[in-house]
Design a binder for this molecule. Sequence first.
Ligand SMILES: Cc1cc2nc3c(=O)[nH]c(=O)nc-3n(C[C@H](O)[C@H](O)[C@H](O)COP(=O)(O)O)c2cc1C
Length: 183
Amino acid sequence: MASIDRIKDRIVVGVSGGIAAYKSAVLVSRLVQFGHRVSVVMTPKATEFVGAATFAALTGSGPVVDPFDSRFPLGPHIELAQDCKLLVIAPATARMIASCALGLANDLLSTLYLNVECPVLFAPAMSAPMWGKPAVQRNIQQLKSDGVHLVGPESGWLSCRRIGFGRMSEPESILEACKPWLE
Ligand SMILES: Cc1cc2nc3c(=O)[nH]c(=O)nc-3n(C[C@H](O)[C@H](O)[C@H](O)COP(=O)(O)O)c2cc1C
């Protein structure tokens, strides 16, 4: 596959492994329609929820899953960060939130999180009990004090078939939250 061009205003959408990953395809499509250049980083678990082919078709370039992807001789965590204007992590799973809050760098997306110098926007998505857990809330507080931006989660229908807090914000709301850095 041809290497991804160096671009001035890359937006990276990081997709972690929650059911709301299907909504991230709409987010990516909207960003592309608005003329943004979008690269997608998926966790291996995210590929269980949405196929890489979907993001490849929407962005014109295969999503990056492997931290040793040979398209990026310096490492995708370095090359994708170089011209990244905004990193949006949607959905942000409880595990991804924890990994970023702790600075674990134990997968490509959390390593990229540590390496970017641009604003980072998290769109958490999880069940209501998960969202309510002290451990998750501690990690959210840590991320906030680290300077990240959050959109949602919201209250609504959850895939566990109950209504509660934890539903990922709709793509249009995430786009709205991105606006300060896109104009
Ligand atoms: C059907 C299904 C739905 C899931 N939805 C969520 C979710 O919305 N949020 C979440 O934090 N974890 C969810 N999980 C659990 C994550 O997939 C799991 O914690 C995984 O290790 C996350 O990996 P990642 O953060 O590397 O993508 C779900 C798991 C399954 C099987």
